[in-house]
Design a protein around this ligand. Sequence first.
Ligand code: FE
Length: 137
Amino acid sequence: MPKIEKSEAQWREELGNERYRILRKAGTEAPFTGALLGNKAKGAYVCGACGEPLFASDTKFDSGSGWPSFTAPAGAEAVAEHRDSSHGMARTEVRCAACESHLGHVFPDGPGPAGLRYCINSASLDFAPKEEGSTDS
Ligand code: FE
């Protein structure tokens, strides 16, 4: 698994203040504000810091939480999970496996067969639309 390492100064310059706060300092965007929250297009959700594919559009669902939500990562090794006991809660943090940027948390109350809900900051993601022929949509 390739590891991407950059200095904090490099990340800050590349990401800008808000994305740096979320991706590199485990911040959280305000709910119902993310640009990708309502996105229903087909494609890949990739890491906002390094571009690795993290989630596929066919696993996205509307959880009502105010953050983009997925039932599964794009692959078994796409994301890494870490215990997070900050803010007085026992949660499981989800990070990009390639660059270790913060994505969000995973909770055991999802609708899919695995019963998981990946609750992910929109600001931690970029969207790569699936490129297909010019079919009507
Ligand atoms: Fe990454």
